[in-house]
Ligand binder design. Structure first.
Ligand SMILES: Cc1ncc(C[n+]2csc(CCOP(=O)(O)OP(=O)(O)O)c2C)c(N)n1
Ligand SMILES: [Mg+2]
Length: 892
């Protein structure tokens, strides 16, 4: 656009503008908003064809979206609600101040809830419906840093004791305390959703809302008008995950989804957009994504002033300020506001002439006005066809006065001095005298007070208290031995990969009368990579609107079939979105009382490494299900190079406490792990979830030897003992995943060429072995008088002769971390380093994990024990064709 010509219009006569505005008003009055909108649309079209270059804007003016005349009556007792809210504010503040008096630096946040109190209280009193046996209830993601306010309300409700409040952030105190933020792992009958790692909850909420529809469209739960509410910070929206999936929400017409962004214009360090306007920026992003956007910027006190502004000057002025200026204005005196905001234009000054300075100071923002917030929420829950976002303007640290209201330091404010406490007390009318108030006691009115009666009656009307988490599903009944039996029988020399074996298992599970319906296959655009495309036809891809086109491959067996009741969640290229679906499906046993069993299969490198924080949140949430790391193994996935070839994920799986991680080599191992996993999670109700790596290297799957089931689950078992009982030289070789075949090959070489009798162990899980060992060690430490227990790995190897050599497709640290519990020294081979784009054989040579290197390592260990002459080892290097000067894979 040519700025010169557009931004500097000819002088427009005020009277001319006035005429246009008046005629629009009269159309609005006589014919209503639709006709007015139609006229504006036509004007716009006319302007365009007449050569007027109107700039694109996805924004509306800096004003409330809902005009006063469309505001509904506030149905509650506003005064009583204000009093209740004030007490909650006090208790939320008290818990943080007390905790920090008790223990310096224990932390906690006052200012987030201070800004959001009205946003929550209007929700609690009028909108948030609890889960009941009859109604699934609304699903609410509370802003993590607002947790003190949510606890303070639960205290008023009588659900949390004063002692628990006292022990906020000190969970280990006698009688228990409260976790810093929403953590279902720590408070499993209270919190449902972990939200404090910012950006995760908005994305999880979107996929949760979509999953609710999935359950409905698949006939697994009745359709209801239950909502998913997600409360976010405005600073939080800078996380790419926050806005990353908003087009999915509109594309899926998720009118069961409401975002409330607490726009206090501040984050931790300072303003979110000091030099811009975060609200307008968010509005255009959400409108562009076809969300219903409701701005709640100005409180009721502004309405009469706006009404006097017949020329639209005030709204124009409101849109001119950058957030940094607003941050200052909202905490300034009335005189300052008059001079710096209204003083800009004589006509604006005139608008507020009748108001004293004090009244100007008290002009509230929309997010602090229950009537405005109520109107927005009502419009949001009634909106049809798509998601709604409410952009509510608030002040960070509202009510903290000198202690931090609107100040850049407010996020970190945890202590108030005596004057500040008294001031806060007076401002919110807390019935505490000057002396009492500085001890910051928790305050709960009498059980029969009108405040508590009102609060209870509101919650009763909405079905009970929330948040509240409970496990509502019934355990599944069967063990499904028959289903998994086939996979323990071997593939009869037919070469298949563990991925193919898993997919065959999945196909069979999908047909099972009990669990078939419960299975939720999730793929981020990788179904073909894993050979799952036949499932498209058999169970269909979920498409909420059904398939609106004839697929190009209609006449083939493997057509791309989408259906309203399709079972596969084909998420497209979003591991984060797929993980959010996994979380929704894997926690449905609690959220919905439905035992959905998610199987999320993905390129393993893009799992823990890319979306590790979602996996951590899934763990916190007690999510159940199976993560399948496909195309795994740094040397097994060939050709793809360093960004795809995964030798890391089993190490990254270590920190997640309730995750079982397996690197199986054979189909029967997968069958045993999956069957046992389903039993533990869905029959016995244990809080685990599973990570299983599957590979794309085809080889014959052997039948399951007898007596190995327990070993598979515990992490290791002897797969093949040496047939040579007479050999003097002995070794124990440990292999995992596809590298087990290299180990088996080395076993032969060692026996045939070097007369070493080696036993081969399949190590299915270093993590299981490690966890067992550290637990055993701990038990022994705490029970010094008792007979010491022996870790499983030590027991396995108690009588195992010879040297120990381990090889896997992952970092060497995996075998090394259990070596201290082995009776003797261990040599560990693994795939530390970046790697190369290469074929499998070359990669295994490069990383030194193939049969040659396993043989070499074994001979070297024997030589270190004085059992083999070093010259033999040197000769072996030559015979095996190992190049000593080859690059070091760890550093090259
Ligand atoms: C992923 C992540 N990064 C950083 C933080 C640390 N942190 C906690 S609160 C906060 C500022 C929050 O600002 P905003 O989202 O605007 O919320 P407000 O408190 O202003 O409502 C930051 C940076 C976090 N919790 N999560
Ligand atoms: Mg903020």
């Amino acid at each position: 656009m040519d700025n010169e010509t557009y931004a500097q219009p000819h002088h427009i006569e005020d009277v001319e503008i006035q005429e246009w505005l008046e005629s629009l008003d009269s159309v609005l009055e006589s014919s209503g908003p639709e006709v007015a909108a139609e006229i504006l649309e036509r004007l716009r079209a006319h302007a365009t064809v007449s050569g007027i270059d109107l700039p694109f804007t996805a924004n509306t003016p800096y004003a409330n979206t809902i005009p006063v005349r469309l505001e509904p009556l506030f149905p509650g007792d506003q005064e009583l609600e204000r009093r209740i809210k004030s007490l909650i504010r006090w208790n939320a503040l008290a818990m943080v101040v007390r905790a920090n008096r008790e223990e310096h630096n224990i932390g906690g946040h006052i200012s987030t809830y201070a800004s959001a109190a009205t946003l929550y209280e209007v929700g609690f009193n009028h909108f948030f419906r609890a889960r009941t046996p009859e109604f699934e209830g609304d699903t609410i993601y509370f802003q993590g840093h607002a947790a003190p306010g949510i606890y303070a309300r639960a205290f008023m409700e009588g659900r949390i004791s004063a002692q628990q409040l006292e022990n906020f952030r000190r969970e280990l105190k006698p009688g228990g305390g409260l976790s810093s933020y929403p953590h279902p792992w720590l408070m499993s009958d209270f919190w449902e959703f972990p939200t404090v790692s910012m950006g995760l909850s908005p994305l999880m909420a979107i996929y949760q809302a979509r999953f609710n529809r999935y359950l409905e469209n698949r006939g697994m739960k009745p359709a209801t008008d239950a909502k998913v509410w997600a409360f976010l910070g405005d600073g939080e929206t800078d996380e790419p995950e926050s806005l990353g999936a908003i087009t999915l929400a509109s594309r899926e017409h998720l009118d069961n989804l409401i975002f409330v962004v607490n726009c206090n214009l501040q984050r931790l360090d300072g303003p979110v957009r000091g030099n811009g306007q975060i609200i307008q920026e968010l509005e255009s992003a959400f409108r562009g994504a076809r969300w219903n956007v409701i701005k709640v910027l100005w409180g009721s006190e502004w309405d009469p002033i706006l009404e006097r502004d017949t020329e639209g000057l005030l709204v124009k002025r409101m849109g001119e300020l950058v957030d940094g200026e607003y941050q200052k204005l909202v905490v300034s005196s009335g005189a300052y506001v008059r001079q710096h905001f209204f003083g800009h234009d004589e006509r604006l000054l005139k608008l507020v002439e009748p108001l004293p300075d004090e009244a100007l100071r008290r002009l509230r923002l929309g997010g602090h006005d229950p009537r405005k917030v109520y109107a927005a929420y009502k419009a949001a829950v009634e909106h049809k066809g798509g998601p709604t976002v409410i952009l509510a303007r608030t002040i960070k640290g509202y009510g903290l006065g000198e202690a931090g209201e609107g100040k850049n330091v407010t996020h970190q404010q945890k202590k108030l001095n005596e004057d500040e406490l008294r001031e806060f007390r007076s401002r919110f009318g807390i019935p505490l005298n000057d002396d009492d108030c500085i001890t910051v006691p928790f305050y709960r009115p009498a059980e029969d007070s009108i405040e508590l009666q009102y609060l209870r009656s509101r919650r009763e009307a909405l079905g009970g208290y929330t948040p509240k988490r409970s496990v509502r599903s019934k355990p599944i009944a069967a063990d499904h031995d028959e289903l998994f039996k086939e996979f323990t029988e071997g593939s009869d020399e037919r070469e298949v990969s563990t991925t193919m074996a898993f997919v065959a298992m999945l196909r069979k599970m999908l047909k099972d009368p009990e669990i078939g319906k419960l299975i939720v296959p999730i793929v981020p655009d990788e179904a073909r990579t894993f050979g799952m495309e036949s499932l498209f036809r058999t169970v269909g891809i979920y498409a909420s609107g059904g398939q609106k086109y004839e697929p190009v491959d209609m006449n083939t067996l493997l057509l791309y079939k989408e259906a309203k009741d399709g079972q596969i969640l084909e998420e497209g290229i979003t591991e984060a979105g797929s993980m959010a679906s996994f979380i929704a499906a894997g926690s449905a046993y609690a959220t919905h009382g439905i035992n959905t069993i998610p199987f999320f299969i993905y390129y393993s490198m893009f799992g823990f490494q890319r979306i590790g924080d979602f996996i951590w949140a899934a763990a916190d949430m007690r999510t159940r299900g199976f993560l399948l790391g496909g195309t795994s193994g740094r040397t097994t996935l060939s050709g793809e190079g360093l960004q795809h070839q995964d030798g890391n994920s089993h190490v990254l799986a270590l920190p997640v406490p309730n995750l079982k991680a397996y690197d199986p080599a054979f189909a029967y191992e997968i069958a045993v792990i999956v069957q046992d996993g389903i039993r533990r999670m869905y029959k016995d109700g244990e809080n685990w979830f599973y990570y299983i790596t599957v590979m794309n290297e085809p080889y014959a799957m052997p039948p399951m030897p007898s007596g190995v089931r327990e070993g598979i689950l515990k992490g290791m078992y002897k797969y093949r003992a040496s047939a040579n009982k007479k050999a003097k030289l002995k070794a124990q070789l440990f292999g995992s995943g596809a590298i087990l075949n290299e180990v088996l090959h080395a076993q032969e070489m060692l026996e045939q060429k070097y007369s070493v009798a080696a036993d081969v162990w399949s190590v299915t899980s270093y993590k299981e072995l490690y966890v067992d060992a550290i637990e055993t060690e701990r038990w022994n430490r705490l029970n010094p008088g008792e007979k010491p227990r022996v870790p499983y790995v030590t027991r396995c190897l108690a009588d195992a002769p010879g040297v120990f050599v381990a090889a896997s497709d992952y970092l060497k640290t995996l075998p090394n971390m259990i070596s201290k519990w082995m009776p003797r020294r261990l040599a560990a081979l693994g795939t530390d380093g970046f790697g190369r784009s290469e074929g499998r054989t070359s990669l295994r040579d490069f990383f030194e994990v193939d049969a040659k290197f396993i043989t070499l390592a074994t001979l070297h260990e024997l030589s270190a024990d004085g059992k083999v002459d070093p010259k033999v080892v040197d000769k072996a290097i030559e015979d095996l064709g190992i190049v000593k000067t080859k690059p070091n894979p760890v550093t090259s």
